[in-house]
Design a protein around this ligand. Structure first.
Ligand code: ADP
Length: 589
């Protein structure tokens, strides 16, 4: 079909298909680029939001953790301020054991000397901060003394920025004053190691991104990439993007930003979030390479591609299935159409045959009418001539007898004619009645031969009969069977040349008897054989006229034979004669 379509409108159609194809391709190409950009933007946005969420989770976790520790130390200080309770190392121990990740809880008395602490091994007992931080002219910062005095004077909790501990590692200090009324008793100092915080919240070896924690001076407290050691202070001079990020982090801002690392070609995304802990600020940052976005997009495309491939596959498979079903349907329709066409042709042929038959019957009817009138007219004419002759000439007794015989013969002929016509109509209406009795076929044959003797003698024909001695009797209508054989013999005599031969032979079988009537006359052409039993049928009209007859004799014969439950058929060869074979069932005993 496609081929026909193409060949019919070939060039213009191909051009249209080509233009549509190019337009479609261009559209898909530009649409693809645009949607690729959009997807990139969306994925990048979602990616940075996700990283910001990670940094927020980490920062809020740290914040809650530190706040919780601070409050616990404050409760401990409250407990110690109670004069009745006093200062008890047992409370320190309990708090230490109940709350995890406190490195040490110390008590510094009102003169600045560490005189108690838990656990013992982390406590520098007897450590005097005034002794250790003796003011000199060069020093500008006395963190311990300043904080001790600040806490004492302000009666407030204070956190000092993480510093290097004597035992190594960074530690943040929680200073809580202990007052009994207005009496200053000292300060509880709890140290939380930064490594404990980072281990708990930041050091996830499974996470693909780098995380760092810094304080608001730009000092690195923790860096999962190990690029910067704790205590390192960011000095960003040549990378304005990173400088801006560090600056925002030091200010306690929250957000995402990109920078290009000096040593690497890939841009990096930094998502940062502040940790506000009383008077200090930290900032948690999550650093991840932007190339991750591309691999994410790639995985989106791979999934999309797989989906499109799968959907396409299903569509193609579905289409193939539909085409298959349609073509099968089409084929069965074609078969149905050809079957129906065949049926139509068949019924057409049947109609044509019926029409031909009707035409033939019409012709037979007019032939019959002319035959009947001719057959009736002949005896009537001869009867009229005989009557007129008798009337006008007063003939002598001899002639009168002859004329009377002519009269009787013709009357018989007319009676036979009328009887034949009546029989035909009875056979037609299935109303042929029989007077059946046990009859001897030999008698019937002999009577029939006697009946046609005159005709046969006229043509000098030799009629013989071969009948077995003890031929079985059959249950039949004697007169009707005689009519059958008279008719067959008459036909044989009529259609056989002078001095011809007619032979009757009877065979006695177990269940039936067979009667053969054979002549060596003109015979019947093979194509006419099955028609001679039709009523009004005569092999050749013109020749039949020469032989006479009405064309209903064999139809009546067949009607009578079949009315007896018998069969009749004919075999013949043109010029050699005919053989009529009749069978009659023997009565069951
Ligand atoms: P018809 O009265 O014309 O003989 P039938 O019905 O007896 O009518 O026979 C039909 C036709 O069959 C005959 O017209 C004849 O053409 C053919 N026919 C019948 N018997 C013979 C025969 N013994 N030999 C040749 N033709 C025969």
């Amino acid at each position: 079909m496609i081929q026909r379509f193409i060949s019919r409108n070939s060039k213009s159609n191909l051009l249209v298909i080509l233009i549509i194809g190019v337009l479609l391709f261009t559209f898909i190409f530009f649409f693809g680029i645009k949607s690729n950009d959009e997807i990139h933007t969306i994925v990048q946005k979602q990616y940075s939001e996700q990283k910001l969420l990670i940094s927020k989770q980490a920062s809020s976790g740290i914040q809650e953790f530190l706040e919780e520790k601070t409050i616990i130390i404050e409760i401990l200080a409250e407990l110690m301020s109670d004069s009745t309770h006093g200062i008890d190392i047992g409370d320190f121990e309990m708090v230490y054991n109940e709350t995890s990740d406190i490195y040490v809880i110390e008590f510094i008395n009102e003169s600045g000397v560490v005189n108690m602490g838990y656990p013992r091994q982390n406590t520098p007992l007897g450590y005097d901060i005034y002794e250790y931080e003796r003011p000199t002219d060069d020093d500008t910062e006395y963190v311990l003394i300043d904080t001790f005095e600040w806490v004492r004077d302000r009666k407030e909790t204070r956190i000092t920025k993480p510093v290097e501990l004597l035992e190594g590692g960074l530690g943040a200090f929680i200073w809580v004053p202990v007052y009994n009324g207005e009496e200053f008793k000292g300060v509880i100092l709890a140290i939380i190691k930064i490594s404990d915080i980072s281990n708990r919240f930041l050091n996830n070896s499974n996470s693909p991104e780098e995380i760092y924690l810094m304080d608001n001076r730009g000092s690195v407290l923790f860096d999962s990439s190990d690029k910067y050691r704790p205590g390192y202070r960011y000095q960003v001079l040549d990378n304005s993007d990173l400088e801006q990020i560090i600056h925002d982090q030091m200010n306690g801002s929250e957000g995402t930003a990109y920078y290009l690392d000096n040593n690497e070609s890939d841009k990096k995304l930094v998502a940062y979030s502040p940790v506000t802990w009383r008077n200090v600020n930290f900032s948690v940052a999550v650093v991840s390479p932007l190339s991750n976005v591309n691999s994410l997009i790639r995985s989106v495309y791979v999934k999309q591609g797989m989906f499109i491939g799968l959907a396409g596959g299903y569509i193609i498979l579905g289409s193939l299935l539909i085409i298959l079903l349609l073509s099968r349907w089409n084929r069965s329709l074609e078969l149905e159409v050809s079957r129906k066409t065949g049926e139509l042709k068949e019924s057409n042929d049947l109609l044509k045959k019926a029409n031909d038959k009707l035409i033939e019957l019409d012709k037979l009817k007019s032939d019959f009418l002319s035959m009947v009138s001719h057959e009736l007219k002949t005896p009537l004419t001869s009867m009229r001539i005989s009557s007129e002759f008798m009337l006008e000439n007063d003939p002598d007794p001899e002639t009168r007898k002859e004329l009377c015989e002519i009269f009787i013969r013709n009357t018989d002929r007319l009676t036979r004619m009328v009887d034949d016509l009546l029989d035909t109509s009875r056979i037609e209406s299935n109303d042929l009645r029989f007077k059946k009795e046990m009859v001897d076929i030999r008698n019937i044959i002999n009577t029939s031969i006697r009946t046609v003797r005159k005709q046969s003698e006229k043509k000098k024909l030799d009629i013989t009969a071969e009948i077995p001695e003890n031929i079985s009797k059959i249950f039949a209508d004697n007169d009707r069977l005689t009519q059958v054989f008279v008719n067959l013999l008459s036909n044989s005599i009529k259609f056989t040349q002078e001095r011809g031969k007619v032979k009757i032979k009877i065979l006695d079988y177990e269940k039936f008897i067979e009667v053969q009537v054979k002549d060596n006359g003109i015979g019947i052409p093979p194509d006419k054989l099955d028609k001679i039993f039709d009523k009004l049928y005569q092999v050749d009209n013109s020749s039949t006229r020469a032989y006479g007859g009405s064309g209903i004799g064999l139809a009546i014969t067949k009607g009578i034979v079949e009315g007896h439950g018998g069969t009749i058929k004919v075999e013949s060869e043109v010029g050699k004669g005919c053989l009529f074979i009749l069978t009659f069932n023997k009565p069951e005993e």
